[in-house]
Design a protein around this ligand. Sequence first.
Ligand SMILES: [Fe+2]
Ligand SMILES: [Fe+2]
Length: 400
Amino acid sequence: MNTESSPQAHCEADTTLERTCRARDIVRDLELVDTALDSHELRYLHIKELLNQSGMLNHEMARVRNLFGERLGEFGNELDDDIWEMLTILELFDDETAEHCVETYRIAKDKVERTLSTGFVLADFFKEEGVDVNTFYRACLLHDIGKVEVPYLVVINKISDPDCARLLFEHKDDVLIPSLKKHLNDEMFVLPENINSGDALLKYLHDTLTVRPQTLAPVRLLLGEMTPSEKQEVERQLAHCVCTLDDSLITVMRPHDGFSERILASGGRKIEGVLASSHHENHGNEYKITVGALQISVDLAHIIHLADVENAIRSMRHYKEGQTPLMALKILAIHSQQKLVASFITYIWIADELHRNWDGNQSEQENYDYIAKFLDTQKSTHLGYPDWRSVHASTPSTSL
Ligand SMILES: [Fe+2]
Ligand SMILES: [Fe+2]
């Protein structure tokens, strides 16, 4: 393909801003994933080569170092060029995802290095076992690099849960019901009669079926009207993820963690890759630390999971409005109940966050009660868990 003509159509003059604009066009170019690039090849490597050939990679790396340098601090100063290359390409692809990755790193670092309400300092256990904390932090920082392999139009589709539920309700007979029958593996499924609006559907999906509407909505519905050539391009990109327009947003996004592993491993970052590959689902890996007198094993990928979800829920991604800190904790508790993340690390994480964020706000009482019940249940079923209600002497507490 001609690497210059498409970008130049969007950006004509040669200023710094326009160079970034051209670089973004290269990174997002639909034609990059064509029939010659199957699911065994990495789009990331093609992008890097094109940016290098066009002489833009070093300029863009300098811009991204400048953008995130202060927030990454000393850790950022010590990062090798290959890590900055990945962060730069991710930022060019979708700046919001790069922001999210930086914040996931910052949340994880804070949780690892600070004395938690239960008295643990996770960094001490990293040290005791000789686990390099910077390797772990690099995995946090690049856990979503695999999103550059997912169709750009899907990654940037930030449809909220309520909007997605409304859209599904508008397509009740042709999309919603068939999708629910498939999801529930029940050909006889009938939607309850009281589900008479998008909002009622959302409540039913969340509370009764514990499923997000994005799990049911095919990307064909979410992307809306497309010209035949746009449709063809998106289909080619979807094929790279072994998906079609009939797959849901969640299904199309799912392979990104495996792609993160492959991209990191392609640059010799095997451990970072294994950790990143487990940030959504618990694949079980060998990288763990043992914590506390009980010697409980903590999978490092679970710390990434908790930081990832906390940031994703509290920021605006995929939701109509930023959710409250307690709503994020409730979702972490649900993930633990669904066995997506282990009990002990979730317990000490939520206990710490609750002490930092609960201010007795009545509007949050329901969420607080849910979380407190989760913590009480964990404490009563696991011998030796520290008491989540008490705060370790050296932990600054804002409330309770
Ligand atoms: Fe992710
Ligand atoms: Fe993430």
